[in-house]
Design a protein around this ligand. Structure first.
Ligand code: AMP
Ligand code: MG
Length: 320
């Protein structure tokens, strides 16, 4: 087991020595956790099969759940794909660097372990200066969220340390992630672009660029998975979490459980979708440590702006 080093890094202007150290660890086959504008990522050099295998082991991630490869831009993305359709060109021009992941046919260069044996690869150019600098220094980096599989995503270095200490070589602490939710994932391998995972780039924003966008079915615990990694229960606290459609219903539920003798926490996300996304995981991490029997969450409105936050909350509430 590696000894985990925790190193501060300037989020706006990462120190060159720190970036060099992170790149050396990665190029030596090690794992580095670093901040991105979405959540903290657990990185390995994408072309290093053994290192990528360590990411799956560290996270306890099922081998059928592929990783996102992080790149320096369109030029590098093209070296990892077998096709670069016009939709990819336009989406990258509009939203890269940023919290948008594109699924495309993979080039033979991408190891199967990264794509879970599948013919497609997921690619993103992050905007966060630390992530961008580390990728520029180490080459394409496969990086899922830096948490144990199925648990809450990390938005601080402390969250990463609590979940993965002993399993990662280096954690760069660049403070809280500004976005707070995982990237939007769009599949561009079919005739019409398809939203696989909602995120901070909204469906409406995608439609302004694409014209047409198919939506993945909303979370249905009984339906087959739309994408190997879109496990129904995901991003979940350890404490049982229940969603209510309105504040009134949340209060009703909370009172019911309290009458039965349970210790209940009530949670309503901040009123603004961007603020809610930034706060969500940190709030859930804190509530999870509060010794409650139940978390009761009042869901925000069913609108495009709230789609990603509602998606994560609904998944956190899903069983098994
Ligand atoms: P995370 O592990 O939190 O970074 O999430 C990565 C997400 O991207 C998961 O939902 C994966 O299943 C999804 N993903 C990665 N690669 C692919 C791919 N080739 N096709 C479809 N979904 C993918
Ligand atoms: Mg994840």
């Amino acid at each position: 087991m590696p000894h985990t080093r925790l190193l501060p890094v300037n989020a706006a202007a990462p120190e060159p020595d720190t970036v060099r150290l992170a790149a050396d660890v990665l190029l030596g086959g090690g794992l580095v956790a670093f901040p991105t504008e979405t959540v903290y990522g657990l990185g390995a050099v994408a072309r290093d099969q053994a290192a990528v295998a360590k990411v799956f082991a560290a996270k306890g991630r099922p081998g059928n759940n592929p990783l996102i490869v992080h790149v320096t831009g369109v030029g590098e993305a093209k070296t990892l794909t077998a096709a670069w359709p016009d939709a990819a060109e336009r989406l990258a021009a509009a939203f890269w660097p940023g919290p948008l992941t594109l699924v495309l046919p993979k080039s033979p260069d991408v190891p199967d372990v990264v794509t879970a044996g599948g013919p497609t690869v997921a690619l993103r150019q992050p905007a966060h200066p630390v992530a961008a600098a580390v990728i520029a220094a180490a080459g394409p980096v496969a990086a899922p969220s830096a948490n144990r599989s199925g648990e809450l995503s990390p938005t601080t270095a402390d969250h990463v340390f609590r979940g993965l200490s002993g399993a990662v070589d280096l954690i760069l602490d660049g403070g809280p992630c500004p976005g707070g939710l995982e990237s939007t994932v769009v599949d561009l391998t079919g005739p019409v672009a398809r939203l696989l995972r909602p995120g901070l780039v909204t469906a409406e924003q995608l439609k302004t660029v694409l014209g047409e966008l198919e939506m993945s079915a909303p979370v249905n615990p009984d339906a087959p998975l739309p994408s190997p990694g879109l496990l129904t229960r995901h991003y979940a606290p350890r404490t049982a979490l229940e969603c209510a459609a309105t504040a009134e219903e949340a209060e009703f539920l909370a009172n019911l459980y309290e009458t039965a003798g349970l210790k209940v926490a009530r949670y309503a996300p901040p009123a603004d979708p961007t603020a809610a996304a930034a706060a969500l995981y940190a709030d859930l991490h804190a509530l999870d440590a509060g010794g409650f029997d139940r978390l009761i969450v009042a869901l925000p409105p069913d609108t495009d702006a709230w789609r990603a936050v509602r998606d994560r909350l609904t998944r956190a509430a899903a069983e098994g």
